[in-house]
Design a protein around this ligand. Structure first.
Ligand SMILES: Cc1cc2nc3c(=O)[nH]c(=O)nc-3n(C[C@H](O)[C@H](O)[C@H](O)COP(=O)(O)OP(=O)(O)OC[C@H]3O[C@@H](n4cnc5c(N)ncnc54)[C@H](O)[C@@H]3O)c2cc1C
Length: 401
């Protein structure tokens, strides 16, 4: 059937986060004649996770060899770094130390080092004295892991640059257009409809719901995890580099750490507190009561089964709502920091963490479901920012986008 009045596109992308924008850019780089539409329900790009993260370009040593995260992270770090240089975007190349706070962590540092080497990351195991030269305030037991390639960027600047590049390559971008349905090549939104031969869902916290509406990925569901950050108002010289604890490798979270932001400021976080609705940033803002029962039910099942160590995680994370506890965790990573200078929270971020309803586990890797014509990017969690360029290349190559 012909719809002459409805604007027609080859590809429609849902979501103007870093993943949707990077995919749009890659498609148009490969095929400048392609008619690509991006819709987003918010008023501007990077409204959700893409503009509310730590802004760290990860170096690639956390992820199991062979996983998509491991395959993309080293290349992604390099590519995003180059993009920042080319576009004149700020980047803080201050590196990172992973420190041991208890003797048992030393063995895990070895494991991270091994993973890093397997993944082709530039990473070295150094002594306590060497770590002190990199950052005299970093506190560790015996050894530390040093990653010179970890850097920080402003993720909002990166997304703004990507958006402007997509537009200049000919993409049509429509904000305040929420996805409603897609059937028979007709894309219905909260405003006008469009025609599109191909749909790519990069909707972050709602990617699972949109996939389900297309009969895709029904075994997966998003459980939101809230990431709170505290800003340090004392001297920005207190920390020279990003300082991270040894993470629990069963979980897809890295633990409360010090981030040295792109402008040299210091923040601690993020937490990974299970949330009860998807966009639960503050108080009851964006409260959607209909989301609560399903999310609560998933969390209860994870809690009772303790799969992926969820019970331990949840009990630990809830405590981080108490500011002094959060600060105390960060204090373990350094010799000295003035606890009274952690006053203000910065914008929280929420992770669109996927749970596999069949085996009850938190999904660790990025997940792609569907077909070339109807593609769904699920579990684009950390290090999604770092990985955005190779991720987009992979999709174009493997799904002939
Ligand atoms: C606390 C936190 C810290 C992180 N730290 C890092 C880090 O340091 N380094 C790193 O590499 N990664 C990090 N990440 C991960 C990174 O932020 C994500 O991987 C990345 O932002 C995912 O991008 P996205 O485009 O998939 O999702 P989003 O940025 O969430 O974009 C999805 C978009 O879809 C839109 N949307 C949703 N539903 C609809 C609908 N129905 N209709 C239309 N539009 C819709 C939303 O408005 C949104 O703009 C962190 C994430 C969090 C939450």
């Amino acid at each position: 059937m012909n719809h002459p009045t409805i604007p027609a596109f080859d590809t429609a992308i849902i979501g103007a986060g870093v993943i949707g924008l990077a995919i749009c850019r890659e498609i148009l780089k490969r095929d400048p004649a392609r008619k690509v539409l991006i819709i987003d329900k918010e008023s501007h790009e990077a409204f959700h996770a893409s503009g509310r993260n730590s802004g760290v370009l990860h170096a690639g040593f956390y992820y199991k060899a062979g996983s998509l995260k491991a395959r993309f992270c080293v290349r992604g770090n390099r590519a995003l770094r180059e993009y920042c240089f080319e576009r004149g975007l700020r980047i803080n190349e201050c590196g990172k130390l992973v420190v041991a706070t208890v003797p048992a962590h030393v063995q895990q540092l070895n494991e991270l080092h091994k993973r890093g080497l397997e993944n082709g990351a530039e990473v070295s195991l150094i002594t306590e004295a060497e770590a002190a030269k990199i950052d005299p305030n970093a506190r560790t037991i015996d050894k530390a892991l040093f990653s010179p390639r970890t850097a920080t960027v402003n993720p909002k600047d990166v997304c703004a640059a990507l958006l402007s590049e997509c537009r200049s390559r000919g993409a049509t971008v429509r904000f305040e257009h929420a996805f409603r349905s897609y059937a028979g090549n007709t894309l219905t939104t909260s405003r006008e409809p469009f025609r599109a031969a191909q749909l790519i869902n990069c909707a972050g916290l709602y990617a699972d719901a949109i996939a389900h509406s297309q009969g895709v990925g029904r075994r997966y569901t998003v459980v939101p995890f809230k990431g709170l950050y505290l800003k340090y108002s004392g001297s920005s010289d207190a920390i020279r580099t990003n300082i991270y604890p040894v993470p629990d490798l069963r979980l897809p979270f890295l633990g409360v750490h010090f981030t040295k932001t792109v402008d040299g400021q210091i923040k601690i976080g993020p937490t990974a507190i299970p949330a009860f609705w998807r966009e639960s940033y503050q108080g009851f803002s964006r409260f959607r009561p209909h989301e609560v029962p399903a999310i609560l039910w998933q969390e209860l099942k994870l809690f009772l089964s303790n799969r992926s160590g969820f019970r331990t995680l949840a009990l630990e994370e809830i405590r981080k709502y108490w500011k002094p506890y959060l600060v105390r965790l960060a204090q373990q990573l350094v010799h000295q920091i003035d606890a009274s200078e952690f006053r203000e929270y910065t914008a929280p971020g929420i992770r669109a963490q996927l749970v596999d309803r069949v085996n009850g586990e938190l999904v660790q890797d990025f997940l792609i479901e569907g077909s070339r014509e109807n593609l769904h990017i699920l579990n684009a969690v950390s290090p999604g920012l770092t990985c955005c360029f190779p991720f987009a290349e992979y999709l174009c190559e493997n799904y002939q986008l």
